[in-house]
Design a protein. Structure first.
Length: 116
């Protein structure tokens, strides 16, 4: 399975973006999915996660109430709706998948830049 992210861009503070992660070469149905990000000079951090069915989600404290993760297994796609973006949200955003406790499938990332 390969993951490809899209939807990043340059926006102003307060704007929104919808990131997408499409899988090819297999189905995402069996994977728990997550979004991570890496800001310049910082380590990669967890942003949001969703269970296989989409029935349960988890978020980093810094994005709670602003970001929403969802999935459409029929379309083999996971989304991250990002609202009320802040300059500190600037990062490369990565989609990841796991069958067990470790995320071991990663996309190439999509850049999100938020200007003040």
């Amino acid at each position: 399975v390969q993951l490809v992210e899209s939807g990043g861009g340059l926006v102003q503070a307060g704007d929104s973006l919808r990131l997408s992660c499409v899988a090819s070469g297999g189905t995402l149905r069996w994977y728990e999915m997550g979004w991570f990000r890496r800001a310049p000079g910082k380590v990669r951090e967890f942003v949001a996660g969703v269970t296989r069915s989409g029935g349960s989600t988890d978020y980093a404290e810094s994005v709670k109430g602003r970001f929403t993760i969802s999935r459409d297994n029929a379309k083999n796609t996971v989304y991250l709706q990002t609202n009320t973006l802040k300059p500190e949200d600037t990062a490369v955003y990565y989609c990841a998948a796991r069958l067990s406790s470790i995320y071991d499938l990663w996309g190439q990332g999509t850049q999100v830049t938020v200007s003040s």
